[in-house]
Write a protein that binds this ligand. Structure first.
Ligand code: NAX
Length: 326
């Protein structure tokens, strides 16, 4: 048996975690032969509910689960963690502007970043799901002293999956036949879902589907999908978000398939004119845990404009938390 991996999950009594945790415990992320210890972090009022989640996890009798630790102490939650899913945060309340949300969440992620720096394993991989996830990731990364900034990602895999399934549905082809969509920018309404490198059954998406749709409704449907789910379900996406978090970590762990890329929000190295240090979604390949931004894609003026729009939003979000980045 391998040594158990320690997997920390914040917001562990929330709805995304409720879909995520049994799947981690069943070995879906790190492998069926990889034991895991789940370290669940919540705010104090949610600890009772968290005990219920822990009981249910054991009741799944998952073969790879070694132990469950429930805590409201961030350093205990992050202790020796090899992987962290940052899902907990302050939700957007009625009438709350995005800027307010950013400012309310910043201090939470400062604390969690500090706890990661103080207590997690030096090789820890951190995925930020809680919104605004790109900027929460930036704050966490800044405060996690001693950990390589490359080990902090934010999640745009849900947007990537949404884009993939939109292309499949529109073309009437199987989801598995769609490859290589790209999500650029922020996980927000400004994100740019780009089908220009996507293929459907090996053919360019632009040869299969109407260009006007690909540049218009396709993009806005992907960007507005979260709202459409809330309108239909009365609650935000949970199962699909948990699924995307699992797939993001799986890909980080096991790599991308030959000739394929995925979308991840990672620290910009200046590629495609995105200012260095911003947490921005790019097309990436993954090999042996190393993430590489797909290089050499030619962007049209329209593509550049769309990317810049989302980058401008990321810059304004960074400005809103400037005090936390000193
Ligand atoms: P829930 O409100 O169901 O759960 C959040 C949990 O976080 C609650 O149990 C709460 O007690 C806990 N929490 C709050 N502050 C905490 C802290 N300081 N430390 C630890 N736990 C804390 O939300 P859920 O539906 O699970 O969504 C979680 C987050 O994911 C939200 O920020 C949401 O906006 C974000 N999402 C991100 C997505 C993405 O693609 N990146 C998509 C889905 C989702 O909207």
């Amino acid at each position: 048996m391998n040594k158990p991996l320690r997997v920390a999950v914040t917001g562990a009594a929330g709805q995304i975690a409720y879909s995520l945790l049994p799947r981690i415990a069943q070995g879906e992320v790190f492998g069926k032969d990889q034991p895991v210890i789940l370290q669940l972090l919540e705010i104090t009022p949610a600890l009772k509910a968290l005990e219920g989640v822990s009981m249910e996890l054991f009741d799944c009798a998952p073969s790879t689960l070694v132990d469950v630790i429930c805590t409201d102490d961030a350093e205990k939650g992050m202790g020796d963690a090899d992987a962290v899913f940052l899902i907990g945060g302050m939700p957007r309340g009625p009438g709350m502007l995005r800027k307010d949300l950013i400012q309310k969440n910043g201090p939470i992620f400062r604390g969690q970043g500090a706890a990661i720096g103080a207590a997690a394993s030096k090789g820890v991989r951190v995925l930020t799901v809680a919104n605004p996830c790109n900027t929460n990731c930036l704050v966490t990364q800044f405060h996690a002293k001693g950990i390589d900034p490359k080990q902090f990602h934010a999640m745009t895999r849900l947007d990537h999956n949404r884009a993939t399934s939109q292309l499949a549905t529109k073309s009437g082809k199987a989801i598995a036949s769609v490859k290589n969509v790209i999500i650029w920018g922020n996980h927000s309404a400004t994100q740019f879902a780009d089908a220009s490198r996507a293929t459907i059954d090996g053919k360019p998406a632009y040869d299969v589907l109407d260009a006007e749709w690909l540049r218009g409704d396709f993009r806005s449907t992907v960007a507005q999908r979260g709202k459409a789910i809330i309108d239909a379900r009365g609650k935000s996406s949970a199962a699909s978000a948990a699924n995307a978090a699992i797939e993001h970590m799986q890909t980080w762990h096991h790599g991308t398939a030959e000739g394929e890329h995925t979308s991840m929000a990672i620290t910009s190295d200046g590629s495609y004119g995105v200012p260095e240090g911003l947490i921005c979604s790019f097309p990436v390949t993954v090999k042996n845990g190393e993430i590489s931004i797909v290089q050499g894609l030619e962007l049209s003026d329209w593509d550049k404009e769309n990317l810049q729009n989302s980058v401008d939003e990321l810059l304004s979000e960074r400005e809103a938390v400037a005090d936390l980045l000193k």
